[in-house]
Design a protein around this ligand. Structure first.
Ligand SMILES: CC(C)(COP(=O)(O)OP(=O)(O)OC[C@H]1O[C@@H](n2cnc3c(N)ncnc32)[C@H](O)[C@@H]1OP(=O)(O)O)[C@@H](O)C(=O)NCCC(=O)NCCS
Length: 174
């Protein structure tokens, strides 16, 4: 399963992705609002990459796309397909050195096109910490609407954090 975008390729993870994954998951700024292990050693990243690589694209549950720019891993984008196969949740990361150039927007827009146009989904959801303005702006830029706030709902890196909730319906996407 490969999704080709203007500048990016979204593809399954490969063993050679472990060092780049370890590098950006170990960056405190990138990890700040994310639940994953950080810092992440290359050895542990290899285990994570193997787990990602074993998941089936289009299957129920999480599938993690590697976001590749000219062959280099610059981030990842997870899709959690609901068991009804009509809804999904997404989450995404772009390495600091590649941020601010539209890659996050391009990757999310490409996956949304796949989910709505190819798979015929009804709805896609996303959430972020309200302090994560870059993520909230990206979601609104691609068409998501703010739907609410779950207060002090997630225990993250030593504190209870709020979840800002976003949704995008197939009817909005068209
Ligand atoms: C949130 C995140 C994925 C955004 O990634 P990004 O690649 O920097 O996003 P973009 O480049 O598409 O958008 C960032 C800015 O670049 C601008 N930009 C530059 N060139 C652009 C282009 N060609 N197309 C679209 N936007 C462009 C955007 O307008 C945007 O401006 P803004 O600051 O007003 O929002 C990134 O900051 C990140 O990974 N953060 C850490 C992990 C994280 O918190 N993930 C989300 C968890 S919910």
């Amino acid at each position: 399963m490969r999704l080709i975008a203007e500048r990016l390729v979204l593809r399954p993870f490969e063993p050679g992705d472990a060092p780049a994954l370890a590098a950006y998951r170990s960056d405190p700024e990138v990890a700040r609002y994310q639940a994953w292990e950080s810092p992440l050693s290359v050895g542990r990243a290899a285990e994570v990459v193997a787990r990602f690589g074993a998941d089936a694209p289009g299957g129920v549950g999480w599938f993690q796309y590697a976001i590749s720019l000219e062959g280099a891993l610059i981030g990842d984008l997870g899709v959690n397909l609901h068991e009804n196969r009509m809804q999904a949740e997404i989450g995404f990361t772009i390495a600091a050195a590649a941020q601010g150039r539209g890659y996050g927007t391009e990757a999310v827009a490409r996956v949304l096109r796949h989910l709505f146009d190819d798979l015929g989904l009804h709805r896609v959801s996303a959430e972020c910490d309200p302090r994560n303005e870059a993520s909230a702006r990206l979601l609104e830029r691609v068409g998501f609407q703010r739907e609410g706030l779950r207060r002090a709902n997630t225990w993250l890196r030593g504190e209870w954090t709020d979840d800002l909730l976003f949704g995008l319906l197939a009817t909005d996407h068209r």
